[in-house]
Design a protein around this ligand. Structure first.
Ligand code: NBX
Length: 829
C-alpha cells in the first residue's frame, strides 16, 4: 500500500510543475491565462480592471501554494495554536501587500510592463476591504501580518460582512453615509470553502434530561443558520509561512424549512431563508457606544459558535482528551465583542462533551486571554439579560452559574463588602438587568491587557481597580504596534529604499530595531538632501490628490499638517479647527508686511463620524464652513488652507501619511487607550504635535520630548482640572474663536450652537478651553522649527529612527511569549 501511495504522490508531483515560477515569461503566461480562463475575457482585448483581476488570480495561486505548505507543516508539527477572535478587521487593499510579502513585486511590475500595463495603475483598481471601524480593526490587520511574518501558528477568525464600513460622502459640508457593498465586483482574494460549514443555533428552551443517574441540561434551539467559511490568505514577509484569516458568512439552513413547506407556504419559506443572511450582512458603524441590539448579539454568537466548532474539530482531529486543550489552544478575545466564547466553551464542554463543571472551568481559565481597547465607560458592552435569555437561554444559565461561583469565592476573599461585590458581579442590577461582558472576560481570562503603559495604569487604578486588587498577576500591558510592511514598504516605497540604502540592509523590514542605525546619520548633509527629496515627492503626490478631491490648490512649500482619525469629542478635532480659526484671525489682523513671517500651512483633516453621533457630524460641517471662508479669502492666499479629505480609509491613509510634515494627536489626556495612527506618522518621518496620552507617552520615551511638540494637561491633572473647571478662567483667545463660530462668522450659527455649548466653561468635559493656550504654544513651536529646514529634517530622521519599538512585530512577540505561550513554527523553504 505504502509503495502504491508513493507512486501516486510521485505521479501527482510529475503533473504539477512543482512550484510556480516567477520569471517574467511565466508570470505573463499566468496572467494571460487567467484573463482567458478565469476572467473569461479574450486575451486579445482586456482592460485595466480585467488585467487587475487576472493579476490577482495569479498572485493568489502563489499564495495558495505557500498556504498549503504552511497548513501541512502546522498539521505535522502540531504546535500550540493561537486563535485570534475579532469582530473587525480593516485589511484595506491586498495586492501590493501580497506581492511585496511574497518578494515578487518587481517581477510582476516587469512582466506587466512588457504586456503594456503599469502595476501601480492596476493596483488602483482594488477597493478597500473595510470590515471594521477604526484603530481596533486596523490593529487586528497589522497583527495578522506580524503573526504570519514571525511564523506563529495562528488563525484569525471574524465575520464576512457584505456591507463594510459606510462610505462617507460630503454634500454641502455635511456627512452622508453610503452603503459599502464591497463584494459587488467579486473578491478574488477570498477562497470560499463550501465544505467548511457549521450549523449555528438560536432561541428555544433548555430542558433537563436524566443522565448517568443525575440531571443534564439540554438546549433545544428552534432556529438554525449555516456558517460558511471564507478564507483570506495572509502571507508573511521573508518567509514561506502564509496563515488563514477565516471569515464566516451566514447562509440559510435546510433544517428550518420542513414546517413551512408542509403547510404549503413556499414563498414565505424562501423569504425566511433569505433572512438568515442578514446576520453577516452589516458591520455596526459605532466605534464606541453599544446599543444592546439583537442583531449585534446574533452576530457575536454566530461568529463565536462557528469559530469554536472549527477550533474544536481541528483539536479533535489529533487529540481525544480535553485536558490537553490548553496545551494546544490559546483563545484571544479582541475586546469583549467575542466574549460569549467563554459561555460557549463551557456549554460545549459540559453539555456536549460531558465534562464536570469544575474540569470545564479549569480548562476555560487556561485558554482565554483578553485585550481591552478602551478607557471610556460608555464603550463597555452590556447585554440585557432578557435579550440574552431569549436568544441563548442556555448561555444565560451558564453565565449565571459562573457568576454565582465567582461571587461565592469572592465572598471568601473579601467578606460581605456588598458594594464591591455588586461592582464586581458579572450581572448588573438596575432598570435594565445586564451582563457586563468585561467582567465576564476578566473572570475567565488568565491574562488581561491594556494597549499602552498608561492604559494599563488606568485599568489598574480606575477602570478595573477591584479586579486588579483581587488578581494583580492577571494584569499586563502590551503597547500596540503597526506593521512596517504596510505602513512604510507598501505605502512609502521611496523612503523604504532610502532607509535600506543608508542602513546598507533591508533587514529592518523584519527587525525594526535596526532603524536606530539612522541616528548616526541624523546630521549627515547627504542624507538630509535625499530625505527632503523623498518627502517632497510624497507631498506632491498628496497635493495632486487634494486638488482632485477638493479643487483646492496647495503649495508643497507649506507645512502639511494632518489630523486623520475617527471623529470623536475626546479626539478633539474641534480643538484643531478652533486653532485654525485663531491662526486665520491672527493673519487677518496682521499688518501686511508682517504676513511675510507667517509659516504657510495646509491643514488637512479626515475621518468618519458614527452615523448617529450628532456632535461629531457638526464638527465635520464646521470644518467645511471654516475651509470655505479661509480658502476663498484673497487676504490669505497660500498662508493657510484647510481641506477635509472625504471617506478616510486605509488606502487614503497610505497616500496621506507619507506626505505629512506634522500630525496632530489631540486627545484629552487619559482618553486614548493607545492610538496607532501616531506610530504610522512617526515611522514615515512626520513630526507629532500631541498630548501626553496613550502611546505618545512611550513615543516620548523613545525619541525624546524635544523631537516632538507636546502640550496640554497630563493624565493626572485632568481630574483636578475637571473639578476646578467651572471656576477656571477661559483664555481670551479661546472665548474669541468660539464666539466667532457662535455668532455666525462661518454661517450656520443655529446648527453650531450645541457644538459651542459643549465647550462652554461649565460644560467643557474634554477641556478644550483649559488646553488651548498650551496648544497654541506648541503650534508656534512647530512653526518655528519648520522654518529651520535643517533642524526639521533632523527631527524627522530621528522620528523614523526612534520608531522601531512601535512595530507590531515587537507586540506580537511579546504576546506570543508572555500571554499565549506559543512558539514559532516555520514552514521549510
Ligand atoms: O483601539 C481603539 C482605541 O480607541 C485606540 O486608542 C487603540 O489604539 C486601538 C487599538 O488598540 N478602539 C477602537 O478602535 N474601538 C473600536 O473600534 C470599537 C468598535 C466597536 C465597538 C467598540 C469599539 N463596539
Amino acid at each position: 500500500r505504502l509503495g502504491e501511495n508513493r507512486a501516486k504522490v510521485e505521479r501527482m508531483f510529475g503533473l504539477m510543475d512543482r512550484f510556480l515560477k516567477n520569471d517574467p515569461a511565466t508570470l505573463q503566461n499566468d496572467i494571460v491565462n487567467h484573463v482567458e480562463y478565469t476572467v473569461a475575457r479574450s486575451r486579445f482585448s482586456f482592460d485595466d480592471f480585467e488585467a487587475y483581476q487576472a493579476l490577482t488570480h495569479s498572485v493568489r495561486d502563489r499564495l495558495i501554494e505557500r498556504w498549503h505548505d504552511t497548513q501541512i507543516c502546522f498539521r505535522r508539527k502540531d504546535p500550540k495554536r493561537l486563535y485570534f477572535l475579532s469582530l473587525e478587521y480593516l485589511m484595506g487593499r491586498s495586492l501590493s501587500n501580497s506581492v511585496i510579502n511574497l518578494g515578487i513585486r518587481d517581477q510582476y511590475a516587469d512582466a506587466l510592463s512588457q504586456l503594456g500595463f503599469d502595476f501601480e495603475v492596476l493596483a488602483e483598481q482594488e477597493g478597500d476591504a473595510a470590515l471594521g471601524n477604526g484603530g481596533l480593526a486596523r490593529l487586528s490587520a497589522c497583527q495578522m501580518d506580524s503573526l504570519a511574518t514571525l511564523d506563529y501558528p495562528a488563525w484569525g477568525y471574524g465575520l464576512r460582512y457584505q456591507y463594510g464600513l459606510f462610505r462617507q460622502v460630503i454634500l454641502d459640508g455635511y456627512q452622508h453615509e453610503q452603503p459599502d457593498y464591497w463584494l459587488n465586483f467579486g473578491n478574488p482574494w477570498e477562497i470560499e470553502r463550501i465544505h467548511v460549514t457549521y450549523t449555528v443555533k438560536f432561541y428555544g428552551t433548555v430542558e433537563e434530561e436524566n443522565f448517568k443517574g443525575g440531571k443534564h441540561k439540554v438546549w433545544v434551539p428552534n432556529e438554525t443558520v449555516e456558517a460558511v467559511a471564507y478564507d483570506n490568505l495572509i502571507p508573511g514577509y521573508g518567509t514561506r509561512n502564509t496563515i488563514t484569516l477565516r471569515l464566516w458568512a451566514a447562509k440559510p439552513s435546510d433544517q428550518n424549512d420542513m414546517e413551512s413547506y408542509n403547510t404549503g407556504d413556499y414563498i414565505n419559506a424562501v423569504v425566511n431563508r433569505q433572512r438568515a443572511e442578514t446576520i453577516s450582512s452589516i458591520l455596526y458603524p459605532d466605534d464606541r457606544s453599544h446599543q444592546g441590539k439583537e442583531l449585534r448579539l446574533k452576530q457575536q454568537y454566530f461568529f463565536v459558535s462557528a469559530s469554536l466548532q472549527d477550533i474544536i474539530r481541528r483539536f479533535k482531529d489529533t487529540h481525544s482528551n480535553f485536558d490537553d486543550f490548553p496545551e494546544k489552544v490559546a483563545l484571544q478575545l479582541n475586546d469583549t465583542h467575542p466574549s460569549l466564547a467563554i459561555a460557549e466553551v463551557m456549554r460545549v464542554l459540559v453539555d456536549e462533551e460531558n465534562l464536570s463543571w469544575s474540569r470545564a472551568w479549569d480548562i476555560s481559565c487556561k485558554i482565554f486571554t483578553f485585550t481591552t481597547h478602551t478607557v471610556l465607560p460608555e464603550a463597555s458592552e452590556k447585554i440585557p439579560v432578557d435579550l440574552l435569555g431569549s436568544l441563548l437561554p442556555r448561555h444565560l444559565q451558564i453565565i449565571y452559574e459562573i457568576n454565582f461561583r465567582f461571587l461565592e469565592e469572592l465572598k471568601k476573599r473579601i467578606g460581605l463588602d456588598y458594594d464591591r461585590l455588586s461592582r464586581m458581579s458579572i450581572i448588573e442590577e438596575g432598570a435594565v438587568k445586564s451582563i457586563r461582558m468585561a467582567n465576564l472576560s476578566i473572570v475567565c481570562s488568565h491574562t488581561v491587557n491594556g494597549v499602552s503603559k498608561m492604559h494599563a495604569e488606568l485599568l489598574k487604578t480606575r477602570v478595573f481597580k477591584d479586579f486588579y486588587e483581587l488578581w494583580p498577576h492577571k494584569f499586563h500591558y502590551k503597547t500596540n504596534g503597526v506593521t512596517q510592511r504596510r505602513w512604510v514598504v507598501v505605502s512609502n516605497p521611496s523612503l523604504c529604499a532610502l532607509i535600506s540604502k543608508w542602513l546598507g540592509t533591508e533587514a529592518w523590514i523584519r527587525d525594526m530595531d535596526l532603524l536606530v542605525g539612522l541616528q548616526e546619520y541624523a546630521t549627515n548633509g547627504d542624507l538630509h538632501e535625499e530625505w527632503k527629496m523623498v518627502r517632497k515627492v510624497n507631498k506632491m503626490r498628496l497635493a495632486e490628490y487634494i486638488e482632485a478631491m477638493s479643487g483646492v490648490k496647495v503649495s508643497v512649500d507649506a507645512m502639511f499638517d494632518v489630523q486623520l482619525k475617527r471623529i470623536h469629542e475626546y479626539k478633539r478635532q474641534f480643538l484643531n479647527i478652533l486653532g485654525i480659526i485663531h491662526r486665520y484671525d491672527c493673519i487677518k489682523n496682521m499688518e501686511k508686511k508682517d504676513r511675510r513671517n507667517v509659516v504657510p500651512r495646509v491643514c488637512i483633516i479626515g475621518g468618519k463620524a458614527a452615523p448617529g453621533y450628532e456632535i461629531a457630524k457638526k464638527i465635520i460641517k464646521l470644518c467645511h464652513a471654516v475651509a470655505e471662508k479661509i480658502n476663498n479669502d484673497p487676504d490669505i492666499g497660500d498662508l493657510l488652507k484647510l481641506v477635509f479629505i472625504p471617506d478616510y480609509n486605509i488606502t487614503v491613509a497610505e497616500l496621506v501619511i507619507p506626505g505629512a510634515d506634522l500630525s496632530q494627536h489631540l486627545s484629552t489626556a487619559g482618553h486614548e487607550a493607545s492610538g496607532t495612527g501616531c506610530m504610522k506618522f512617526l515611522m514615515n518621518g512626520c513630526l507629532l504635535l500631541a498630548t501626553a496620552d496613550g502611546s505618545t507617552i512611550e513615543i516620548i520615551e523613545e525619541i525624546g520630548a524635544d523631537n516632538m511638540f507636546l502640550f496640554g494637561a497630563k493624565v493626572s491633572e485632568v481630574p483636578v482640572l475637571r473639578k476646578k473647571a467651572p471656576n477656571l478662567k477661559v483664555p481670551l483667545q479661546f472665548a474669541r474663536v468660539v464666539r466667532m463660530v457662535r455668532n455666525g462668522y462661518f454661517g450656520f450659527e443655529d446648527y453650531f450652537e450645541s457644538l459651542c455649548d459643549s465647550v462652554e466653561v461649565d460644560n467643557d468635559f474634554y477641556l478644550l478651553g483649559a488646553d488651548f493656550e498650551s496648544y497654541l504654544e506648541a503650534q508656534a513651536a512647530a512653526d518655528k522649527a519648520f522654518i529651520d529646514e535643517e533642524k526639521w529634517t533632523q527631527m524627522s530622521i530621528l522620528s523614523t529612527a526612534g520608531s522601531g519599538r512601535f512595530s507590531s512585530d515587537r507586540t506580537i512577540d511579546d504576546y506570543a511569549e508572555k500571554t499565549w505561550g506559543i512558539e514559532r513554527c516555520r514552514c521549510p523553504a
